[in-house]
Design a protein. Structure first.
Length: 411
């Protein structure tokens, strides 16, 4: 779609969302509109090569229309338009549809959550030049490229006197509608899994702690790297055994997640996958939410899982850790601080990239409808593999800073 028609479509979508929210205004409808201006001092996240430290102001206009269509059924539409004043190739429009549905009949409950996203953006990969840009460099413009995403979770649970049984399903799907370029090919991929949990709840009521033992079977698909003659990919089947739980300590602390072992089986043909075909690793997915005082909220998230690369023919172990703290000074002013660490250890390639980030924001709430936020983020991309040194290492590293100011109206 041409940029002018894309702009017209997205502007119409913003107006439609805002207008529909006004027309349908009532206790079950929520509408918001936000305008943001910012500055990015490293649009492509790379400090060397042809795309090194390209800077640009940018703006984003976004809206959200949320509707509770029926008890337990929530729908939302969120369009946004982003423009880069000195890097127009990165202009993109994002449209997301979200839906959640939860029902309960006696001892049986059902829940599903789906997010469908289409991004109208540039239709080519990003050429960093030979040897330049790391895993987290190429991921930055990837989220601005033409693509379709589908993220869906399903759960069916039945409680009985001795415990509960729960069936689960999950899909994460990316259809990258981009043409490959030298050194950076955004490939299609998906991760689909299903499983079963057997657990027990302790104590009385639905807020009592619960523990469970679970099994997951899944398939990770990775398309070829854009070369029709290349057979290489890292698609795999996997089995996972987990021990999980959900524990609340009073009304201020909640810990949930699961830990276990994940066994991935790849092709045993070295022309397709040039590493041991069977690999077993520790898997974790943990979350902690703590409200130590009425004015403070602390969240900690940590995960570790093997997945497929988005820009080549490899897979990697992805570790993601994030800590945030929100403090409300009063009814008008609040601040949020956050730190994160993301680590990608590639196999069979000799690459080990990481990014470390810090975010700070200050929000002023004028009244229930209007608020403004000033935000600043600093990222440090680093190469950690001991055998990559000198310029081969520094060419994969970067420093990036971006700041923004936004005003939001909601009804």
């Amino acid at each position: 779609m041409k940029s002018d028609s894309r702009l017209a479509l997205s502007t119409f979508a913003l107006a439609l969302g805002l207008g529909a929210g006004t027309a349908l205004a009532g206790p079950r409808v929520q509408t918001s509109l936000s305008a943001l201006v910012g500055y990015d001092d490293n649009v492509y996240g790379v400090d060397s090569g042809p795309l090194a430290t390209i800077e640009s102001p940018y703006s984003t206009l976004s809206a959200r229309l949320a509707l509770q269509a029926a008890p337990g059924l929530h729908l939302a539409y969120s369009p946004s338009l982003t423009r880069y004043f000195d890097a127009s190739r990165e202009d993109h429009d994002k449209h997301s549809l979200q839906g959640t549905w939860a029902r309960k009949a006696g001892a049986t409950s059902w829940s599903t959550a789906t997010e469908l996203t289409y991004i109208f953006g540039d239709k080519e990969g990003t050429d960093y030049g030979p040897g330049h840009g790391g895993a987290f460099s190429t991921a930055i413009p990837r989220e601005r490229r033409e693509q379709f995403q589908n993220k869906t979770d399903l759960a069916l649970r039945h409680d009985f006197s001795a415990g509960f049984v729960r069936a689960l399903g999950r899909l994460a799907y990316w259809d990258m509608r981009t043409a490959p370029v030298s050194g950076c090919n955004y490939v299609d991929r998906y991760d689909i899994q299903g499983g079963l949990d057997l657990g027990r709840r302790f104590g009385e009521g639905e807020r009592g702690p619960e523990l469970y033992l679970g099994y997951r079977h899944g398939y990770q698909f990775q398309d070829r790297d854009g070369n029709p003659a290349s057979p290489r990919h890292a698609s795999n089947h996997y089995d996972r055994i987990v021990l999980g739980g959900d524990v609340r300590l009073g009304s201020t602390l909640r810990l949930n997640g699961e830990v276990g072992w994940s066994r991935h089986v790849y092709s045993d043909d070295p022309a397709i996958y040039a590493a041991p075909p069977t690999q077993t690793d520790l898997f974790t997915e943990l979350s902690l939410a703590w409200t130590p005082t009425p004015k403070d909220e602390i969240q900690l998230k940590s995960s570790r899982a093997r997945t497929v690369s988005t820009t080549g023919v490899n897979q990697f172990m992805l570790s993601h850790h994030q800590l945030s703290w929100k403090h409300s000074f009063n009814d008008t002013w609040s601040t949020r601080l956050g730190v994160r660490s993301i680590d990608a250890d590639y196999l069979p390639a000799d690459r080990h990239d990481a990014v470390y980030g810090f975010t700070a924001s200050l929000t002023h709430t004028f009244n229930p409808a209007w608020s403004a936020t000033l935000s600043a983020t600093a990222d440090r991309g680093r190469e950690l593999h001991p055998d990559i040194v000198g310029s081969a290492s520094s060419n994969r590293e970067f420093d990036r800073h971006y700041v923004s100011f936004s005003v939001t109206w909601k009804k």
